[in-house]
Design a protein around this ligand. Structure first.
Ligand SMILES: [Zn+2]
Length: 423
């Protein structure tokens, strides 16, 4: 059961012509020209085989709710938050589950098999928490869904948020969230970080906060988050999401901040599609891009992932669950067009978020789960360029999604041709 031989694959690290032997859902051998017979085989045809895509930052309670109860006219973060507030009272568990399950189908077809989703805990009914825990249970055979207890209205700004957050953790939510820049004052923001990090440390939980999602260069909650992570010995278990204020910070201050983040083992999660859309909204021209300093964070030795954040919800009207689209936008916004930089952008939607989420047995070496995506591209840079179909998506050695190679047939004056965008 779940035995498989994959032949002639190219790997993201540049190896070509690689065979992978899978037994009982695990990789047992990786090498050239493996001599095994009698197993089901996939000929990868010198296509790229990668570990699955991982989304480090998502909001599955809001997914596919675009237009409910109305469309975000200004397109701003604050109108999005207000709109979410209008939608919340009318949410039902059935609708939340149906939308999330539909999105998980999209994700699987795109080779996205692990996600960290924030779930708003400021509705005292905790409807969304119950719904997403049910979704997590249903998709577990094919998709790893990690949930973050997210106090959207502010931990201290909302009366019941801390109690609700603790209840959500008891119910089975995995990670402690926060939103310090949305608290009433900078001091309250810092205090919320202290409370949440101490709670997480006491309970052995990871932390992932929406942090400094602002164009205000003086929004410096990432400094406090790094301080608390370091003080509480939480290295490798804390992430700061967005960190967009770093885009606008003073360069000298950032030169001190980067080593502090590195020392604290805090990871950074940028959300390029959303950051380029929502930031810089108070600027005339020049307009700031607003995404955090991705190449500089990576150069400082900090783990950096790209998240999708939103798909068709009060904040973002587009998106399809394709993490290559996310990485493609990320590399443009960060101007990471060099060969190594583009490979880092591919890593930011695969290996980097897998590390941040703490996924086990994720990799392409013996002992890892046989979870793969085979794309219609030769290498990771070509995959970013053409964002091809996912020919096969494989979970624990079983094909769970298959897409045919699309071929355009041209009928031109004097010439019949097929189009292949690959070089
Ligand atoms: Zn978010």
């Amino acid at each position: 059961m779940n035995d498989l031989l994959i032949r002639n694959a190219n790997l993201p690290d540049g190896q070509t012509g690689v065979d992978i032997l899978v037994r009982q859902g695990l990789i047992v051998e990786v090498g050239k020209h493996l001599t095994v017979s009698g197993l089901p085989e996939i000929d990868a045809q010198a296509n790229l085989l990668t570990t699955p895509f991982v989304d480090a930052h998502f909001h599955m309670d809001a997914v596919l709710s675009y237009g409910l109860p109305r469309v975000n006219q200004s397109g701003t973060l604050l109108e999005g938050i207000a709109l979410w507030g209008e939608l919340k009272p009318s949410l039902t568990q059935e609708a939340l589950i149906a939308r999330a399950m539909q999105y998980c189908d999209w994700a699987v077809a795109k080779g996205l098999l692990a996600m960290r989703s924030h779930v708003d805990i400021c509705d005292d009914r905790l409807l969304a928490v119950e719904a997403l825990l049910e979704v997590k249970r249903r998709v577990a055979p094919y998709l790893d869904l990690q949930l973050v207890a997210f106090p959207q209205d502010g931990l201290l700004r909302s009366k019941t948020a801390l109690d609700n957050l603790k209840r959500a953790i008891v119910m089975g939510v995995d990670v402690v969230g926060g939103i310090p820049h949305f608290e009433r004052t900078m001091a309250d923001g810092a205090e919320s970080i202290r409370i949440l990090c101490e709670f997480a440390a006491d309970h052995g939980l990871r932390v992932d906060m929406h942090c400094d999602e602002s164009d205000d260069p003086l929004s410096r909650h990432i400094e406090t988050l790094a301080y608390q992570a370091q003080r509480l010995g939480m290295q490798g278990r804390v992430a700061g999401s967005h960190l967009t204020s770093m885009h606008s910070m003073d360069n000298y201050y950032v030169s001190k901040l980067l080593p502090l983040i590195r020392e604290a083992g805090v990871a950074a999660i940028a959300n390029p599609l959303i950051n380029i859309t929502l930031q810089g909204r108070h600027d005339t021209y020049p307009k700031r891009r607003g995404m955090t300093r991705v190449p500089e964070l990576i150069a400082a030795g900090i783990d950096v992932a790209f998240g999708h954040d939103c798909v068709m919800d009060p904040w973002y009207s587009l998106g399809s669950g394709d993490m290559l689209e996310v990485a493609y936008m990320g590399l443009h916004v960060a101007q990471m067009t060099g060969q190594q930089a583009m490979r880092q952008c591919f890593d930011a939607v695969t290996t980097a978020p897998a590390k941040i989420l703490g996924l086990e047995r994720y990799g392409l070496v013996p002992g890892c789960y046989a979870d793969f995506v085979i794309l219609d591209a030769s290498n990771s840079i070509e995959a970013l360029r053409i964002r091809p179909v996912r020919r096969y998506v494989i979970r624990r050695g079983t094909i769970i999604s298959e897409t045919a190679k699309p071929i355009a047939k041209l009928n031109l004056p004097g010439r019949i041709a097929e189009v292949d965008f690959r070089k």
